[in-house]
Design a protein around this ligand. Structure first.
Ligand code: IVH
Length: 680
């Protein structure tokens, strides 16, 4: 295709994909099927591969995330990112309004009330309409440059939609990155299935995700954005009011808060705050309060700010709901990994929007630290998505009948002595049942194997697994493949149809991708993400089983703890026997996603000479060189007619000029990444 046609088609595709992204991720109203979207996307990638000069940072292809960074750079905010004064008291809201009125004597005031989104504050800088830099708040003056991570958020526009407005030369949008509650619950379920610590709440998981140095991992996290403010603006007039500001941001393609109220007096403000409290649990994000803002930006300007916070806004925080209830008992749950977790069994109590009858007590130390005794009146707290917690004991209500809890040192399920282990995070300590045959662990391993995110065997939930184990039909996952129809159908509440469905699911699972099998084995610390890395790195399960910890630790995203855990798992004779039974049962051990590291190089750089110049945004010279060489290319230090590409970064000098004179194609890092494909 001639370059002009390619350019035109590329622009059309990019525009169309942007529109569909906006419809899906911002308006939550999809306008196209997944398959049709994929076709457009594929066409765009093909065009970019044929014409790398078409790859611009705002191309929809640039969201996927590139190679990991070694550290974040820092960004100085052109307008400081301040915090807000906050209060829990309605009286202080009234006092705040009076204070503002005193600063603006005789003026009429209007207010907006917005949800206070409990996420991570970010600033997003657009230059000539294109997303250029994104950063965290940091200390308010300087934050971390997390541009590559933010690019992966599908609700973040890579280019502003201008409509009838002109595109600002500079626009900084300010808002919050959050993890939608549904995504948070799923992520935590997956982490628990992998024997990993769940995140405490959505805010922590959003913050933890944005801190990842590998944008590919960030791309897998369900993060979303909401914006509510502006930093620097150049080239267009600033809006007159908060309402106009939010409208403008919406027109540019940003997601803004779903409800914003207007108020004229302290009474109206407080009514809005109450109304928000009534509906905030239906939002996609946790809200920990309301933000009250003076609507007029000109009035804000005149009021100014203190050293830390603006004088024109205030946050009203909703108190985390607490309730007192009686601790009836402490029970011990034994998980798939054998961890003994104490659970508080409570007199049911309504708190934070739901009835709570159980709360985790985490570990032995937590019980001792808070001096929690059976029979105590305890204070339960539940805020947003936070797992209900026992905050403290009302010791003054003790009557003397409360009993100290003696943490069992034997497994309550099988009676095997448990051993005490430090957690990976170094906090607290876990008692673990070491008996591989503990019924709780057997059930846990089977449920995990059947789980949707692992071997995906429908019907293999808690109830059926318990029946199968109790009936003595199944001891480990390989037994599932020997089950007979009549054995399953004879189980209570089963019947032939359900038995057939379940056994069909079992049969189909023989052919699942290797990563599902690896994940399904339930190796400590091996989540679905790590399992995918392992399946990409080894041609089959046998090669993985032979790998040593140091070899494993060299893999991207596999640390020493994971490497040791994998080595130990395959080193255990009982596990090796299981693997052999799975082989006999006919499971597929070959990896369909294996990427041979030393296979004959393929890809765009075979036989090509590339010259590096200047500083690239994220890749060091060594990283870029190694990558090019892995893909069969050669790196040379001087530009000539024989040079195929020049990979140029900031402050590129004479080499870039020479390339331009000789007509050698010039790639920036984004174009290079697209050409190179996924890092190998
Ligand atoms: S306006 C000058 N509006 O809460 C600061 N902030 O505790 C103006 N936040 O720093 C901020 N939702 O990170 C504003 N609707 C909202 C907000 C919001 C959440 C965050 C923001 C701020 C922090 C203060």
């Amino acid at each position: 295709m001639p370059i002009v046609d390619a350019q035109r088609r590329h622009a059309e595709l990019a525009e169309e994909l942007r529109r569909h992204d906006h419809a899906y991720y911002v308006l939550a109203a999809p306008t196209i099927s997944d398959a049709a979207y994929d076709r457009l996307y594929r066409e765009l990638l093909d065009l970019e591969a044929a014409h790398p000069s078409l790859i611009t940072p705002d191309s929809p292809s640039q969201r996927v995330g590139g190679t990991p960074l070694t550290a974040f750079g820092s960004v100085r905010h052109s307008v400081p990112m301040m915090s807000l004064d906050n209060t829990y008291s309605p009286e202080e809201v009234t006092a705040f309004v009076a204070r503002v009125q005193k600063g603006l004597p005789g003026e009429s005031l209007a207010w907006t009330v917005e949800p206070k989104v409990d996420g991570v504050a970010v600033t997003l800088r657009y230059e000539n309409g294109v997303f250029a830099t994104g950063a965290t708040r940091g200390d308010g003056t300087t934050g971390d440059d997390i541009t590559v991570n933010l690019r992966t958020l599908r609700s973040l526009p890579l280019r502003l939609t201008a409509g009838s407005q002109s595109v600002p030369a500079v626009l900084e949008a300010r808002g919050e990155v959050f993890m939608p509650l549904a995504g948070f619950r799923k992520l935590n379920a997956d982490r628990e299935a992998a024997g990993e610590e769940p995140f405490v709440n959505p805010r922590n998981s959003a913050a933890g995700s944005l801190k990842q140095l590998d944008p590919k991992l960030v791309a897998e996290r369900p993060l979303a954005l909401v914006v509510y403010g502006l930093g620097a603006v150049e080239g267009v007039p600033t809006p007159a009011t908060q309402h106009e500001l939010l409208d403008r941001l919406k027109q540019y393609g940003f997601p803004t808060p779903e409800r914003v109220w207007t108020a004229q007096s302290p009474e109206e403000i407080l009514a809005c705050i109450t109304e928000l409290d009534a509906i905030r649990r239906s939002f996609a994000y946790d809200t920990d309060g309301a933000v009250v803002k003076l609507d007029s930006l000109a009035q804000r300007e005149r009021l100014g700010a203190t050293a830390k916070a603006p004088r024109w806004a205030m946050a009203f925080k909703y108190a985390a709901e607490q309730a007192a209830t009686r601790l009836k008992a402490i029970t011990i749950q034994v998980g798939r990994t054998g961890a003994l977790t104490p659970v508080a069994e409570l007199e049911p109590v309504f708190v934070g929007g739901s009835t709570v009858s159980r709360a985790t007590l985490h570990n032995e130390e937590e019980i001792r630290r808070k001096d929690i005794r059976v029979g105590d009146t305890v204070i339960i707290e539940k805020a947003g998505e936070v797992i209900p917690a026992v905050v403290r004991v009302e010791t003054e209500r003790r009557t003397g009948v409360e009993v100290e809890f003696i943490f069992p040192t034997i497994c309550p399920e099988c009676g095997t002595p448990a051993t005490r282990e430090k957690t990976a995070a170094g906090e607290g300590a876990v008692w673990r049942c070491g008996n591989l045959d503990c019924p709780a662990k057997i059930r846990g391993r089977l449920e995990h194997w059947c789980h949707r995110g692992a071997m995906d065997i429908e019907g293999g939930g808690e109830v059926l697994v318990r029946q199968l184990v109790t009936a003595g039909l199944v001891r480990d996952v390989s037994d599932l493949y020997r089950l007979k129809r009549e054995e399953v159908a004879a189980l209570e509440r089963m019947g032939e149809k359900s038995a057939d469905n379940f056994l069909e699911g079992v049969r189909q699972s023989r052919d699942r991708d290797l990563w599902r099998l690896i994940f399904g084995l339930g190796i400590l610390h091996v989540g679905a993400g790590v399992a995918k890395v392992l399946a990409r790195s080894f041609p089959n399960l046998d090669e993985l089983a032979r790998a040593t910890a140091p070899e494993l630790a060299q893999l991207h995203d596999v640390g020493e703890v994971i490497a040791a855990s994998v080595e130990a798992w395959f080193g255990d004779p009982q596990n090796r026997a299981l693997v052999s039974r799975l082989r006999t049962a006919g499971l597929r051990f070959e990896s369909s996603t294996f990427l041979p590291a030393n296979a004959a190089p393929q890809g765009p750089f075979v036989g090509k000479t590339i010259v590096l110049t200047g500083t690239l945004p994220t890749l060091s010279r060594e990283e870029a060189t190694a990558w090019i060489e892995r893909l069969g290319g050669k790196v040379s230090s001087s530009v000539s007619k024989k040079t195929h590409y020049v990979l140029a970064g900031d402050e590129a000098g004479s080499k870039l000029e020479k390339a331009q004179t000789l007509g050698v194609p010039i790639l920036d890092e984004a174009a290079f990444r697209t050409l190179a494909g996924p890092p190998v």
